[in-house]
Design a protein around this ligand. Structure first.
Ligand code: GLA
Length: 738
């Protein structure tokens, strides 16, 4: 049983394959957190700290017992106003401004299957179990149901909370986190994934210290600046050893992750919606649902933690036809021709692409309204037939005739002031009455909290997808939200949250209506790279930065929480359009190939030799693509600190593996670089495809491989290993770099 309740002790134990999560309803009805870590079968309540602490108050029912204080005890869902002065999970304000909610246990249920959240993305699994714990504040009538989903196979505990006003007066939620994790002791590091447009998910590892460290977004999207994925690792933990915890928010809007070391050196971790501009009104009888946080624990280092999340995303977050499928190799028109194209140019690109083995042509921005630059037409989802020289159906047909699938770019959440839609419905843009709005990329944001807007856009986009017999959609979002004011909302404190619900509703409507379409998320590249989007789109354009050297670092950071199959990665032209750097086509291919692979350049500009290289890359990709969908990913270096990036992928049977190495920094008379492999079977022998050399798994993992020294910037090599029988044994030695 994944969920066990001991009635006598009031203890709940949630077991996954390698972890246990435990909590207790104590004599006062408070739900205390007992333990999260290695799998155990012991009740951990003997660890609870009961001491008389100065300036740590006591609940009234504790009577004379000064050793009982919520300021010190570890809790499951701490609320403001109970004498716990650490950061809390829930703040409830009454109409008179008073904040004094006191939640006590009111019952629980253990259910088969995994809970779902109405209108919100969440992990799913038929094999899972759900625990619902009901807490209640008698005075206000506020009820909270804590939801725990136990996904044993990937060592995941999913959490959410449903807050209900069963009282008589209106209440406001000023904060509603989804998770609180209290640790009684221990020195932790927090790994946050920070960045900016075109340089997302850099890894920052810092010690958790006294005070609060906060990472989050108030941009309306999960953001380029901080990813809603955080790791808490024992300070001595490495990629391969030590205990660590990860938390991923299954939500694509504002968020907040906090970590705090308290006065007694205890650590509290919180994750959930951001408090900024959040004040959710709860009328009597209404409820609110906090988005899900997916938690995982690894006793064997951070790489294992990543495996848990990769497995969870692939099996329990992504949905639809493509979730476990090799994705088609695509060419995207954006960096190939930006806004400058007509139908003939696109057909030419499709013909060239077909010759090279590309399988999908994506028509990016610029096909609708009168959009020849990024200043107009968002909202006018009418095909610009004059520009194309044909209808979208005709263009799609010609692309299909070349044996390619046909894809299209949309940005449904946006509106240009220069658009028919804006001229007709200016009130559909998020704007504060009487204030000039903040523009970004010269565009405004549609009020997706208004169901009418969502329905309208659904109709328009549906028409386009039908006309164009579209096989793939890139869903973009190219600005942060400001001016949070919905003409549709009674109260503005709920507008950002309702906006996200509107986005999810449109995603749900469209993905359900067009189940054969491959959906790719995008937000100026990786500004909304999160599990909320991955519930609808099994891949996301990782970054607008296609420079292979930068991409090594961006994809490295992304890999901590997200599987390779979700990472959109393309080979683009040199000099690179974002950095001006030139890197060999071979190295660009090696980097892009460990993701949802494609090209983003004009094949007409390539010389014959380069075309041959593209053909070769696509062949190699087809060979390794199954690994990317189901293999285990190992980080073998830290490319932000070391002069090279190295990573590998190994299939479940440990028969096939791919090793990729990219030199990032070259110096005179370099020391040799040795790379130690991982994830192989120590008892097997592996043949490297290009050199034909055979190595033992034990040697590759215990000692590794020397990387041949080569001169020149950004040399890269890719080695494909296959397990072989003894008789195929060959000589061992250095492998060759291409
Ligand atoms: C964003 C995307 C790009 C491209 C452009 C089009 O920046 O990230 O890939 O689609 O928009 O305007």
């Amino acid at each position: 049983m994944a969920i066990v309740y001991d009635k006598e002790q009031g203890i709940f134990s949630l077991h996954t394959r390698n972890s246990t999560y435990q909590m207790k309803v104590d004599g006062y009805g408070y739900l205390l957190h007992l333990y999260y870590g290695k799998k155990i079968n012991t009740f951990m309540d003997y660890m609870l700290p009961y001491y008389d602490r100065g300036f740590s108050g006591n609940p009234y029912d504790a009577g004379e017992d000064r050793t009982y204080s919520l300021d010190v005890l570890p809790q499951e869902f701490p609320v403001l106003g109970t004498g716990d002065y650490r950061s809390c999970a829930l703040k409830v304000r009454e109409e008179n401004g008073c904040c004094g909610c006191d939640l006590r246990y009111a019952g629980h249920e253990i259910l088969d299957g995994k809970y779902a959240l109405d209108g919100l993305p969440a992990s799913y699994s038929e094999q899972a179990q759900t625990l619902e714990i009901k807490l209640k504040d008698e005075r206000t009538g506020m009820g909270v149901t804590l939801l725990y989903g136990v996904l044993e196979d990937c060592d995941v505990i999913a959490r959410s909370a449903r807050v209900e006003n069963a009282g008589k007066a209106k209440l406001y939620l000023e904060k509603a986190a989804s998770v609180c994790l209290d640790f009684l002791y221990g020195d932790y590091d927090v790994l946050a994934f920070y960045g900016r447009h075109a340089m997302e998910r850099n890894v920052q590892r810092t010690a958790v210290s006294h005070g609060r460290q906060v990472f989050g977004s108030s941009r309306g999207a999960s953001s380029h600046q901080y990813n809603p994925f955080v790791v808490l690792a024992q300070q001595e933990a490495t990629e391969r050893t030590g205990e660590c915890y990860g938390a991923a928010f299954v939500y694509s809007g504002n968020f907040c992750a906090e970590v705090e070391k308290d006065q007694f050196d205890q650590t509290r971790f919180l994750m959930g919606l951001s408090e900024e501009q959040f004040s959710y009104p709860l009328k009597p009888g209404s409820f609110f649902c906090a988005p899900e946080v997916v938690l995982s624990y690894s006793p064997q280092g951070i790489n294992q933690l990543s495996h848990n999340f990769h497995h969870c995303v692939q099996e329990h977050i992504c949905r639809g036809k493509y979730k476990n499928q090799v994705r088609p190799v695509l060419v995207n028109s954006w960096e190939a021709c930006y806004f400058n194209f007509d139908g003939e140019a696109l057909v030419r690109l499709a013909e060239q692409a077909a010759e090279l083995g590309v399988e999908l042509l994506v028509l990016d921005d610029g096909w609708f309204g009168h959009r020849d630059d990024d200043n107009s037409s968002l909202g006018d989802w009418e095909v610009n037939e004059e520009k194309l020289g044909c209808s979208l159906g005709e263009l799609s047909e010609r692309v299909h005739q070349n044996g390619l699938k046909f894809g299209i770019w949309i940005e449904p959440e946006m509106i240009s002031e220069d658009s028919d839609l804006y001229r007709l419905y200016p009130e559909w843009a998020l704007q504060i009455p009487g204030k000039k709005p903040v523009r970004a990329r010269n565009q405004l944001v549609l009020d997706f909290s208004n169901p009418q807007v969502v329905e309208y856009i659904f109709g328009k986009i549906s028409d386009v997808l039908q006309q164009g017999k579209v096989d793939y959609v890139k869903w973009d979002m190219n600005r942060s939200l400001a001016d949070i004011y919905s003409g549709n909302a009674e109260e503005q404190g709920r507008a950002s949250y309702d906006y996200m619900l509107g986005v999810y509703r449109l995603l749900e409507l469209l993905t359900a209506k067009f189940p054969d379409i491959l959906w790719e998320g995008c937000c100026g590249g990786g500004g909304r790279f999160d599990m909320g989007m991955l519930y609808y789109t099994p891949q996301i354009w990782c970054s607008d930065n296609t420079d292979a050297a930068d991409r090594v670092r961006i994809q490295y950071g992304t890999s901590f929480g997200y599987p390779l199959s979700s990472i959109g990665a393309h080979v683009s032209a040199v000099p690179n359009h974002q950095t001006g750097r030139s890197i060999s086509l071979s190295a660009r291919g090696i980097v892009a190939m460990t993701g949802a692979f494609g090209y983003e350049l004009d094949f007409g500009e390539l010389i014959e030799e380069e075309k041959e290289e593209v053909k070769r890359q696509i062949k190699v990709y087809h060979q390794i693509a199954p690994l990317l969908v189901s293999g285990k990913y190992y980080r073998l270096s830290n490319p932000a600190r070391e002069e090279y990036g190295a990573w590998m992928v190994v299939d479940a049977e440990r028969m096939n593996a791919l090793l990729s190495i990219v030199m990032l920094d070259i110096h005179g008379n370099m020391p040799v670089i040795y790379v130690r492999l991982d994830g192989l079977d120590a008892g097997k022998k592996y043949k490297e495809q290009t050199s034909g050399k055979v190595y033992t798994g034990e040697a590759l993992m215990a000692c590794g491989l020397p990387v041949p020294l080569q001169k020149g910037d950004y040399q890269a090599c890719q080695m494909i290993f296959e397990a072989v029988e003894d008789e195929q044994d060959g000589k061992s030695g250095n492998a060759n770099c291409r």
